[in-house]
Ligand binder design. Structure first.
Ligand SMILES: O=c1[nH]cnc2c1ncn2[C@@H]1O[C@H](CO)[C@@H](O)[C@H]1O
Length: 320
């Protein structure tokens, strides 16, 4: 195998974030060189605490955690938190003791800029929460979009309903202005939306399988997963959970598990459709100059080999 891909995970842990981080730590294809934190599933302060805690659980306190911003790109202090999905503590209401470790001095956006500059063309950023830190990194350093190898985003609901409201998916809704900046920044981008992640479901039987394995991380996840299962049963009436974040992590280093289309993607920033993601599919040449004209294209996932993705996630979580 070639050299491991260097990845930085921008995360708001979050139960499916915890799964994604553990999958990455157990994947020989990647080297996790840092975590940056963001609000979304929890407030940023708690995201930092949870990120440090998860690294301690995994025995990987060598990996730095850089705390990201507490407010949106437009400096709004009021942010949307999905604690009803993940529990008040973000990790299934387990009330784990506080971590021993501390975040590094640098902020999340500063760490992203620094690492992309240090390893030009080598860093893949996997963004599992609202895109504020990434937009701030672009603002801090105009070269950031060129310096990163790729940005892989869990976000958007492409041609399907959202999960916050019919228009908008949670990560884009969390900071639509940031998302629009990132989608149009010119970096190599893969967006994996809920139109795709909703096909990757971990059933109750799969959870039993996880519980029967001796893996330390699998055992840990079984404890925190109950809240996530309860939420899916209530909100979607399914006895399973969507693996948004772990599926997206795999797209960062096993991209052929998905198929993609390419085009300019923009984000609605106002009105009742705030947070709506719209991809121009290039099928028609418009007479008018549009808000999609002369902007860089991104790749948007359209299909997924769901059984293969589920198997990989299960295998890697049970290995530990
Ligand atoms: O109904 C929901 N509202 C808000 N956030 C959600 C919901 N379902 C899942 N997520 C969280 O948002 C990301 C995917 O959109 C995932 O990180 C998931 O944990």
């Amino acid at each position: 195998m070639g050299e491991r891909k260097k990845i930085i995970i921008d995360t708001d842990p979050g139960i499916d974030d915890a799964m994604a981080i553990f999958v990455a730590l157990n994947s020989p294809e990647v080297d996790v060189i840092g975590l940056t934190t963001i609000f979304g599933n929890v407030y940023t302060t708690l995201a930092t605490r949870n990120a440090l805690h998860l690294l301690e659980v995994a025995g990987r306190t060598d990996i730095p955690v850089a705390e990201g911003t507490h407010q949106t790109f437009l400096n709004e202090k009021k942010v949307r938190i999905a604690d009803f999905v993940h529990g008040k503590d973000g990790l299934g209401n387990q009330n784990f003791p506080p971590p021993k470790g501390k975040p590094i001095e640098k902020s999340g956006p500063e760490f992203l800029v620094e690492q992309a500059k240090l390893y030009p063309g080598e860093i893949t950023v996997v963004a599992l929460g609202p895109l504020t830190n990434i937009a701030l990194a672009i603002q801090l350093d105009p070269e950031f979009s060129k310096n990163v190898r790729q940005i892989v985003i869990l976000g958007g609901a492409f041609a399907v309903n959202g999960n916050v409201n019919p228009a908008s998916e949670a990560n884009i809704f969390g900071d639509p202005e940031a998302a629009d900046i990132v989608f149009t920044c010119g970096a190599d981008i893969i967006a994996v939306g809920i139109n795709v992640t909703h096909q990757v479901i971990m059933s109750a039987d799969d959870k039993d399988k996880l519980a029967s394995s001796n893996g330390k991380l699998a055992q840990y996840l079984c404890k925190i997963l109950n809240v996530y299962y309860a939420y899916h049963l209530e909100a979607y009436e399914i006895k399973g959970v969507y693996l948004h974040d772990p599926a997206t992590i795999l797209a960062a280093f096993l991209p052929s598990l998905f198929t993609y289309t390419e085009g300019v993607a923009r984000v609605q920033t106002s009105g009742i459709t705030r947070g709506l993601t719209i991809l121009y599919n290039n099928l028609k040449k418009f007479e008018e100059v549009t808000e999609w004209s002369n902007k860089p294209s991104i790749k948007v996932a359209v299909t997924v080999d769901a059984p293969a993705v589920l198997k990989l996630i299960m295998d890697r979580l049970m290995e530990s």
